[in-house]
Design a protein around this ligand. Structure first.
Ligand code: NAD
Length: 497
């Protein structure tokens, strides 16, 4: 057990990284607590307005030379970073588990998906190539080049502390921009580790900056005239009320990815044995704290026997999930990030009960936590039955290990319920019928659509979509769309007389 208690190596204080220097924040210093064992594992500063200003100033100054550095040379820094990330793969994964609570395997998955973005960004010499046409009129040629814009702000959420800033930062710097990253102050160490490796990779001072903190830093970024654009991933209220309007006011381009309340549809012809394990990771993986997690399960059809057998199997599997500290390899589900989040999830379960839900599995007071850790942040898988489409537990984001089950007669009705949700991040269907699958894909409003896939997470070379209440903006993070976002097209028309 001793190894599980080991503190995060070398980062007792998450410092800011500005212009190639590690500096302790002048703001309030707060504790970072491991939610599994409730121990303080480090500290982080809540940075001030002046500190964000300093970082933007450094990033703006660094932009001049960085933009003039050939793309192939910029990529060599990224290749070095890639190599260092691989070399430190296991430690980077452990840090995520320690600061966030997810299991070590979930952290390894997150590390891999984050690194894949660096791999894709390494192809920037090809990805940012423009277009050209000869003789658009007699003797006149026209071509389009993609140019970087300057400084970008990258704002991350708590639930994927390692991966999510990598949906943006590698593309931003590869295209010749400079970045200021603001990780969630609840989980500051994963980005601190990445930034240490970016320093080791040799990025020139000012190209890769990081400022810890909360809304002061975010507001400082939004209002700063030196920032050209923002990528944000977090909750819908912050996206809608703070980020998008804030970018609008100062004319910044913006990618804003918000919350979700995803729906998975089960057709009676699905392959039950293949579907149920997928549902476990979808609803209970990462303790349900995923923007692509399932929240509502819609069972289609009137066959009571199918319904009862299916839900019984789902409940048995969910009941057997092993909870504990995620560094223990036998653990299948960790705690939620903190006690306040646990309270919020419990209050949703209670709202569900008041609105008529019946608890098939009650995780509010988990009995067994492997290793005997305090239950402060632990919450067992919870299954609610008898839901209807207007209930708050269907329409609002719970963001915890809960599954709400709702029955409908037809696929059309199931699609209608998906489409009336305020969120449209990742809906999915499980079926062995191609017609149903196509109908679902065609009619459902969802940025990411799953067919027999529970977590519809796009690979790094595809955009991370999301629609309506789950997204604001036009272009998306990851892949070619990120390249478009971080560059402007400059069209040149030549005539030589
Ligand atoms: P959050 O909105 O509370 O915080 C996100 C970031 O914004 C953090 O860096 C935080 O410091 C900052 N912030 C919070 N409140 C602010 C305010 N009032 N003004 C300015 N800045 C503020 O989100 P969270 O709890 O960290 O993350 C969970 C949320 O993120 C969930 O809603 C989840 O669905 C969503 N999420 C979405 C995606 C996606 O791709 N759509 C991916 C992961 C998480």
């Amino acid at each position: 057990m001793a190894i599980l208690e080991e503190p995060i190596k070398g980062v007792p204080m998450a410092k800011n990284y500005i212009n190639g220097e590690w500096v302790e924040s002048k703001g309030e210093i707060i504790d970072v607590v491991n939610p599994a064992n409730c121990q303080v594992i480090g500290k982080v500063g809540v940075s001030t307005r002046e500190e964000i200003d300093e970082a933007v100033k450094a990033a703006k100054e660094a932009f001049y030379d960085w933009r003039r550095t050939p793309a192939v040379t910029r990529c060599r820094y990224l290749f070095r970073l890639l190599h260092l990330l691989e070399e430190n793969f296991e430690e980077l994964s452990r840090v995520q588990t320690q600061e966030h609570g997810k299991t070590i395997d979930e952290s390894r998955g997150e590390t891999r998906r984050g690194i894949e973005n660096v791999e894709v960004a390494c192809g920037i010499p090809t990805l940012m190539m423009g277009d050209s046409s000869e003789d658009i009129a007699s003797g006149i040629d026209e071509y389009l080049i993609r140019v970087p814009l300057g400084v970008f702000g990258v704002i991350g959420p708590f639930n994927f502390p390692f991966m999510i800033p990598l949906w943006s930062a590698p593309y931003a710097v590869a295209t010749g921009n400079t970045v200021v990253i603001k990780p969630s102050s609840e989980v500051p160490f994963s980005q601190t580790k990445i930034t240490e490796l970016a320093e080791e990779a040799g990025f020139p001072p000012g190209v890769w900056n990081m400022v810890h903190g909360g809304r002061t830093v975010v507001n400082g970024m939004l209002e700063h005239p030196g920032i050209e654009g923002i990528t944000f991933v977090g909750s819908t209220p912050v996206m809608q009320d703070v980020i998008y309007p804030g970018c609008g006011k100062t004319g910044k381009r913006c990618i804003a990815q918000g919350g979700a309340a995803n729906i998975l549809v089960i057709m009676p012809d699905c392959n039950v044995d293949a579907t149920i394990p997928g549902l476990m990771t979808s609803f209970f993986g990462n303790a349900g704290q995923r923007c692509l997690a399932g929240q509502t399960l819609i069972m289609v059809g009137e066959d009571n026997r199918f319904y009862n057998d299916f839900v019984e199997k789902v409940t048995d599997r969910a009941r057997s999930i092993v909870m504990g500290y995620g560094l223990d390899e036998s653990v299948q589900m960790g705690p939620v990030r903190d006690a306040k989040k646990k309270e919020r999830i419990i209050s949703y379960i209670e709202t569900g009960i008041k609105e008529g839900a019946k608890l098939r599995l009650d995780g509010r007071k988990p009995k067994t936590i492997t290793g005997g850790y305090p239950d402060t942040c632990f919450l067992g898988p919870t299954i609610m039955e008898g839901l209807h489409r207007n209930m708050r537990v269907v329409r609002e984001e719970i963001f915890g290990p809960t599954m709400g089950i709702l029955r409908v007669k037809t696929l059309e009705e199931a699609i209608e319920i998906c489409n009336e949700s305020p969120y449209h991040n990742g809906h999915a269907i499980f079926t062995s019928n191609g017609k149903y699958a196509r109908q679902f894909q065609y009619d459902v409003i969802s940025g990411n659509v799953g067919i027999n896939i529970g977590i519809v997470a796009p690979m790094a070379f595809f955009p991370f979509s999301g629609m309506a209440g789950s997204f604001m903006g036009i272009l998306h993070t990851q892949g070619k769309e990120a390249v478009r976002f971080f560059t402007e097209s400059k069209v040149c028309i030549h005539r030589w007389l």
